[in-house]
Design a protein around this ligand. Structure first.
Ligand code: ZN
Length: 447
């Protein structure tokens, strides 16, 4: 052996000792199993299939196109590298982000080709590509291609909380000015559906002629939960006012051209929230609420802290209602984890699964799974963000990233001998499917 060969061999030996072969971050068998589980997506905003897709605005109660600018997380920016994989998987095109005007046209054409090919089946096609058996669709109304059994409905209830003149609420931030205009429109629709043109004169009649019939109608049309975007509109702190307090605010302002002061108005909102939460419990509907630093530069991160809900969770009167903290409460991920000890409180990883890369998301998942594994739900928050990031791409990217995060978390637990391979498999099924199936009492024949 030449001197050079010996030197090279020694050098390679030294390198091998300094950098031992890296173990894969996810055990290969576990990764395969996680990829093969048909998931229940606890929260997303699918758009309708052709031909209704062109005019669909009902994927959100607050579909605001012109909010004041914010600093976007990198995963929502046009140069996010994983976009390439989503475009390829969904639309069979090989394009690099960021798109130019020319490549954006190519993506639009590829999307249009797949839509033309799939027709009304298009929304289900997106689920199939993303490994999702059932998507819980948070929409104002369902429609073409977005129907059971593959899509289950979650409507919006915030509009019912704000029946009075909302001028003072809207004046709080430029974004809320747009939000309250949209909520006023949705409430007018709920009034119309209840056969009314204006709110009744008393709180009792408002509850009995509008609030409860709206919920019961939604339930009859298949709603499995009621969604609140409350954190965009005010704090999540729900007090416990008396009926008399709420009724007097209602009676005083229902016909007024002025707004109540925010403190007084809050009593009425809190009373109505509790009324809805109680009825949801009676009907077997869960209550979903946005709990994460939200979109827009004026979102109150403090007001959206899920710890604000603890007094409500601790109230025995609403223990028959299940609450789901959507988006896992980021940045309050430890707080949401602690709140899972309440028997009727759950969380999902929607939105985080899109914007937080798997290694970081895995650390939160692991903490929750080590403590309350039956309370953690997979979800994407697929949403039409931008021409380069449609609800299709955001669903696909979130699903892939969430599976990776789950794999990293479970692999870490297995390597540290916290769980057996069999338990890792069971936990994967729980997060991706079984926990949601149990929460919503889904029939075994439900995909
Ligand atoms: Zn959402």
């Amino acid at each position: 052996m030449s001197f050079r060969r010996v030197t090279l061999t020694l050098l390679l030996f030294a390198v091998a000792r300094a950098f031992p072969a890296q173990q894969p971050s996810i055990l290969p068998d576990l990764a395969r199993e996680i990829d093969s589980i048909p998931a229940i997506d606890n929260h997303a905003h699918p758009m309708l299939s052709p031909p209704s897709d062109v005019t669909d605005r009902e994927f959100d109660a607050l579909p605001v196109d012109s909010m004041a600018p914010q600093t976007d997380p990198v995963a929502l920016r046009p140069d996010w590298p994983p976009l390439h994989d989503a475009w390829q998987a969904l639309f069979e095109v090989d394009l690099q982000p960021p798109l130019t005007p020319e490549t954006q046209k190519q993506l639009d054409a590829a999307r249009a080709r797949v839509k033309a090919r799939e027709g009304e089946h298009y929304s289900v096609y997106v689920l199939d590509k993303s490994g999702i058996a059932t998507m819980v669709a948070n929409r104002v109304a369902m429609g073409t291609g977005v129907q059971p059994p593959r899509f289950l409905w979650v409507p919006y209830e915030d509009a019912l909380l704000f029946p009075l003149n909302n001028t003072s609420m809207a004046a709080q931030t430029p974004d809320r000015a747009q939000f309250f205009a949209l909520e006023d429109k949705l409430r007018a629709r709920y009034l119309h559906d209840a056969g009314l043109t204006r709110p009744p004169a008393t709180l009792d009649t408002y509850i009995n002629q509008v609030v409860l019939p709206t919920l019961r109608r939604q339930h009859e049309h298949g709603a499995i939960a009621a969604k609140f975007e409350l954190a965009y509109l005010r704090s999540l702190a729900i007090g416990n006012p008396t009926k008399a307090e709420a009724a007097s605010i209602y009676a005083k302002y229902i016909d007024a051209n002025t707004s109540p002061d925010p403190e007084g108005y809050k009593l009425l909102q809190d009373y109505l929230f509790r009324t809805i939460a109680l009825e949801c419990g009676r009907l077997g509907m869960a209550v979903h609420f946005h709990s994460m630093a939200g979109a827009g530069s004026y979102f109150s991160i403090t007001g959206g802290n899920p710890m604000n809900m603890e007094p409500l969770f601790n109230d025995p009167a609403v223990r028959h209602t299940n609450f789901v903290m959507l988006h896992g409460g980021w940045p309050f991920v430890h707080e949401t984890g602690a709140l899972l000890q309440k028997p009727n409180v759950y969380l999902d990883i929607s939105q985080q699964a899109l914007v937080v890369p798997a290694p970081t998301l895995a650390t939160w998942l692991r903490e929750w799974l080590e403590l309350f594994p039956d309370k953690v739900l997979f979800a994407t928050d697929g949403y039409p963000y931008a021409p380069y990031l449609g609800w299709e791409e955001s669903t696909w990217l979130s699903a892939r990233n969430a599976r990776k995060a789950l794999g990293i978390a479970l692999t870490g637990m297995e390597r540290d001998s916290e769980i057996t391979p069999a338990r890792a498999s069971q936990l994967a099924h729980m997060v991706l499917h079984d926990n949601a199936a149990a929460l919503y009492h889904l029939h075994p024949s439900q995909p």
